[in-house]
Design a protein around this ligand. Structure first.
Ligand code: ZN
Ligand code: ZN
Length: 331
């Protein structure tokens, strides 16, 4: 099959990359112990895959990953359980061991032995096909387009905030960063009825939030003000400092950026102001899919361009450009 392959130095388009083989076939060939039914992989034909900032970080050495990148996808089941065959699906990206304490509590995304699609130890979706455990798959309903469904993973990461923090009607919420993640966070937080302000550097990107009824502010116009909840989604050290200065005493600071690197900030203000700091990463897919089904938000304006997989190298270069919105690959 065709796939984009990262060898640790270069990203290349491979025309005859091995198609993932169904584990049942490997087991039959080797006589090994079959995996539990829900841990068995299904073979997914990829319809669309999204390029994410994490992918761009992988190309800078993040996680030391080698293989096919890509963890945001929508596709249809080619091989797998009969009830899923031919169905459109999205897939949670953390493949847990299914045996440890975290997996037992439904927290495969914190399993110490996990593999993460296109990020850690297992190939991802920048390819014609990808292998995903059946347990990780979610059906996509007919009224959700591929272009919407491909946002499920980043949208789930935004919904994770609501799993962790109680945000109420009328709360003053500040989202720092008008990138793709900041944008999705602002949209999701608005669903709570909170007063959401998005602060960013790009008028164009803030416009998407404004159009959906959020307040927006350019960084140049920032005047110090205190918020109940501040979400840091800029990925920069200056963003973290500003975020810390904008949380009210006893407020909540949510850290969404997973930028590799070190921050040099004084933690004293967090102690003095008794701020609750919450790290927030991936979320479960159900609330995100539900929001897309119920048309509670529109994500497609975030799409900048769809590239064929054959132009994957150009697509990644485009995604790396400052200020670009979501770049998609169509195998
Ligand atoms: Zn991502
Ligand atoms: Zn586990």
């Amino acid at each position: 099959m065709r796939a984009l392959y990262w060898d640790g130095h270069d990203l290349s388009l491979q025309s005859s990359y091995p198609t993932p083989i169904q584990e049942s076939k490997i087991v039959r060939a080797t006589g090994g112990r079959p995996a539990r039914a829900d841990q068995q992989p299904a073979l997914i034909k990829v319809h669309l895959a999204g390029v994410c900032s994490t992918d761009l970080q992988i190309f800078r050495g993040y996680m030391g990953f080698r293989g096919v990148p890509g963890h945001e996808f929508v596709g249809s089941v080619d091989e797998g359980p009969e009830n899923l065959r031919g169905k459109r699906v999205v897939g949670e990206i953390n493949f847990g061991c299914s045996e440890c304490e975290h997996c037992g509590r439904g927290l495969a995304r914190h399993c110490a032995n996990r593999k993460v699609m296109g990020i850690l130890g297992v190939d991802g979706a920048f390819a014609e096909s990808v292998s995903v455990p059946v347990a990780n798959l979610h059906l996509v309903s007919d009224n959700v387009s591929d272009e919407e469904a491909v946002f499920t993973e980043p949208l789930a990461a935004a919904f994770e905030i609501l799993e962790q923090v109680q945000v109420d009607l009328g709360d003053e919420v500040l989202v720092l960063g008008d990138g793709k993640l900041g944008n999705l966070c602002a949209h999701v937080l608005k669903l709570t009825g909170a007063n959401v302000t998005a602060l960013g550097k790009h008028e164009e990107k803030l416009k998407l939030i404004k159009q959906s009824g959020g307040r927006t502010m350019l960084l140049n116009d920032w005047k110090p003000k205190l918020y109940d909840v501040v979400v840091e989604a800029t990925g920069s050290e200056s963003g973290l400092k500003l975020a810390m200065s904008a949380v009210r005493p006893r407020g909540t600071l949510v850290l969404k950026s997973t930028i590799a690197g070190e921050h040099h900030v004084s933690l004293a203000p967090l102690v003095i102001n008794e701020v609750t700091v919450i790290g927030s990463r991936c979320g479960v897919f159900a609330p995100a899919l539900e929001a897309l089904e119920e048309k509670r938000m529109s994500v497609t304006p975030l799409i900048e361009k769809v590239y064929p997989l054959a132009e994957g190298i150009e697509a990644v270069a485009h995604a790396a450009k400052q200020g670009s919105r979501k770049i998609l690959l169509r195998p």
